[in-house]
Ligand binder design. Structure first.
Ligand code: SF4
Length: 324
């Protein structure tokens, strides 16, 4: 990394596009310099805390969309368990776990892209009860909402909505043909106008170029999400990307992507999401120099590290886990 880039970042200057690419193209010998620069920003904005989130799947599979990486798409032959909205009792059990274990957030995923008003009314009731019972932060991944539906969820107490961009605008048609990148951006803007915090990030390893990674992060920069989950592809059985080549997802490259995310979205929560247990195994101390947020207990359709092991790992690396 050229020193001018490093000092510019630490002085709060926005990186030029070519500098962003230079971060991803940096030789591995320069990784330590990138990590140290990212660590300075991370400490400035997030201290030494790591937020640990738990993900519940409140509605699984049967999705009309054809996202190439997703086991919940109807077009995937993934054999996952599919179900409609789970009972409140089940959801509340996870909510209570978040509270008891002092985790930072309960993230709730619902498969699907559009929901009836009745479905949103029912789910709003869940959110209202969950907030009253646990007082924990709740984030929800819930497709495209109408403004009326978004307002109902806001009134019920939902804090944050996750809606990922996933990749760059120009690469998007390669991973999904049933909705557009523009629809995703419009949904996020509407949610921000309604007053939601936004969690929005992407997936690395879909076949995109480094230039696409930079473009996606530039789009995210213009959105200003509170949280930026970066997933590293876990090729799942039955999906279009089941046999994707992930050889380029070396730990060093994955760390460079996270460093770039920290440089470009310095004050946001940079979350290392799916793939943490695979691509960063044994390198978590470096990971936490950049990322301040992770999941425990697995991802929607992939297993992950248990809560106890995740908490132990955070402490062993010299960081503290936090309640938001
Ligand atoms: S990522 Fe979401 S919208 Fe796409 S197929 Fe999966 S559940 Fe459906």
């Amino acid at each position: 990394m050229r020193d001018a880039i490093g000092s510019g970042i630490l002085n709060g200057n926005a990186l030029r596009r070519e500098d962003c690419l230079a971060v991803l193209d940096a030789p591995d010998e320069e990784l330590d310099k990138l990590l140290e620069a990212a660590f300075v920003l991370r400490k400035k904005h997030k201290g030494l805390t790591v937020g640990i989130q738990i993900l519940s799947n409140a509605k699984s599979g049967n999705c009309t969309e054809d996202c190439a990486y997703c086991a919940q798409s109807r077009s995937a032959d993934s054999g996952i368990e599919t179900y409609s909205l789970i009972s409140y009792k089940k959801l509340s059990a996870t909510g209570k776990l978040v509270k008891e274990r002092g985790l930072s957030r309960h993230c709730i995923g619902l498969s699907g892209i559009r929901f009836s008003d009745k479905a949103i009314d029912d789910f709003s009731e869940y959110v209202r009860n969950l907030k009253a019972e646990t007082h924990t932060s709740i984030c929800c991944s819930i497709g495209f909402l109408t403004e009326v539906q978004a307002r109902k969820l806001k009134a019920a107490g939902l804090d944050r909505i996750n809606h990922n961009l996933n990749t760059s605008r120009s690469f998007y048609p390669n991973i999904c043909t049933t909705h557009t990148f523009e629809e995703r951006v419009a949904n996020i803007k509407m949610l921000q106008a309604v007053g939601f915090e936004i969690c929005s990030g992407g997936i690395i390893g879909l076949g995109e170029s480094k230039s696409d990674v930079v473009d996606m992060l530039l789009e995210l920069q213009s959105i200003h999400p509170e949280s930026v989950p970066i997933n590293f592809l876990l090729p799942l059985k039955g999906t279009r990307l089941a046999n994707a080549d992930t050889a380029h997802l070396t730990t060093a490259y994955c760390l460079k992507v996270l460093c770039l995310a920290r440089f470009m979205l310095a004050s946001a929560s940079i979350r290392c999401a799916a793939g943490r247990e695979v691509y960063f195994k044994g390198n978590e101390r470096n990971l936490f120099k950049v990322a301040d947020s992770i999941f425990a207990s697995g991802y929607l359709t992939a297993d992950g590290q248990t809560i106890d092991d995740t908490i132990r790992l955070v402490k062993e690396c010299g960081f503290e886990y936090c309640i938001e």
